[in-house]
Design a protein around this ligand. Structure first.
Ligand code: FES
Ligand SMILES: [Fe+2]
Length: 359
């Protein structure tokens, strides 16, 4: 279900402590990003997080509607996450103002006999709940799908298919830019090196030629890799030994990708990666899986393996310099196997992101 911002929502001013160049912030703000996993809001407690330097708060009302607003009580500028949720309302910790699911203030306890001014309203932002995630767009005018690839949400049918089990842990905070993180996710040449402890095959570092197909939302790459699970990484869900992996990437611009690992016998293990720009050099990584086999294996075991893979990537990505993804292809050295990331960088430039894509 999609919820537009309240009609009174002002067009977005830059956040107070905006770390992005203004044009880049405005370009990024027109896209949708995961804010939370849906079930994070099920505990009846608001979740407060920053997106593009904007502190936000989200909660679920009794009608199961998700409300997302700027995390600020407009009475005296106190963050609402210091208060609490009571039924369908947020209560501010400082003077007890209450705000309803439409963002409007419903009560001012210090003057119960006076009407609440109509313009006393939180600044709500647009949200959509889909794929087990709450997605948020800060701009009142999301980039339209026809105008630019990647403007809508990605199409991930496995997440609506009961044959698949979705599994996720907490989103992770990385000290890097989301562009670098996503490019790492689509990089096919690094498996044999930094992933030798999980699935990388040190004996097979060569990258055979592959095609990068343009799609409505971004790109598709169909790649084969002879993976090797070392004994130390063997679990009930990884076969151990050497195994041919067909890896189908569907990148959805600007910052989301699904990787389907197809074992060729009907078993499909899908990995989803959606890095969200917190600030210019901070990223919240929504990385989760869905698979249609081995329902008896505890989710924690599957996720432990994914965490191990991510832990191999993280220090490398956090160390990359420049932190920004250089969209000018002359700035780094590209080899044949980098054609996926080169296409990705070109597409980001076409979307209007800056010379140094800082998000
Ligand atoms: S600052 Fe929130 S009620 Fe006063
Ligand atoms: Fe990796």
């Amino acid at each position: 279900m999609s919820h537009p911002p309240a009609p009174s929502a002002p067009s977005p001013a830059l956040p107070r402590a905006c770390s992005f160049p203004e044009t880049e912030w405005r370009a990024l703000a027109r896209h949708w990003y995961p804010f939370a996993y849906s079930d994070e809001l099920d505990a009846g407690k608001p979740v407060a997080r920053t997106l593009l330097d904007e502190p936000l708060i989200a909660y679920r009302s009794s009608a199961r509607r998700v409300v997302v607003a700027r995390d600020l009580c407009i009475h005296r500028g106190v963050p609402l996450h210091l208060g609490w949720q009571e039924g369908d309302e947020l209560v501010c910790a400082y003077h007890g103002f209450r705000y309803g699911a439409d963002g409007r203030c419903t009560a001012i306890p210090a003057q119960p006999d006076l009407p609440v001014p109509k313009k006393l309203c939180l600044s709500t932002v647009a949200s959509i709940e889909r794929h087990g995630l709450v997605w948020v767009c800060l701009a009142p005018d999301p980039a339209s799908p026809s105008a630019a690839p990647g403007a809508s949400l990605p199409d991930w049918p496995e997440l609506a298919d009961p044959a698949y089990r979705m599994m996720h842990a907490e989103p992770q905070d990385w000290e890097c830019t989301p562009g670098r993180q996503l490019e790492n996710f689509i990089d096919v040449a690094h498996f044999s090196w930094i992933h030798a402890g999980t699935f990388g095959n040190r004996e097979r570092p060569e990258v055979p030629p592959y095609e990068v197909q343009r799609t409505a939302g971004g790109f598709r790459v169909d790649y084969r890799y002879l993976a090797s699970n070392p004994e130390s990484a063997k679990t009930a869900s990884t076969a151990g030994g050497v195994i041919q992996r067909r890896m189908i990437y569907d990148l959805h611009l600007p910052l989301a990708c699904r990787l389907v690992i197809d074992y060729g016998d009907g078993r499909r293990h899908c990995v989803f990666d959606a890095p969200t720009p917190v600030s210019r050099r901070k990223t919240r990584v929504f990385h989760f899986v869905a698979r249609n086999f081995d329902p008896h294996i505890p989710a924690e075991e599957v996720l432990a393996f994914e965490r191990k893979v991510l832990a191999e990537d993280k220090p490398i990505v956090e160390s990359q310099r420049p932190e920004d993804l250089p969209l000018d292809l002359s700035e780094e050295f590209h080899i044949r196997c980098d054609r996926f990331s080169a296409a990705y960088r070109d597409a980001l430039r076409e979307l209007g992101f800056g010379r140094d894509f800082s998000a």
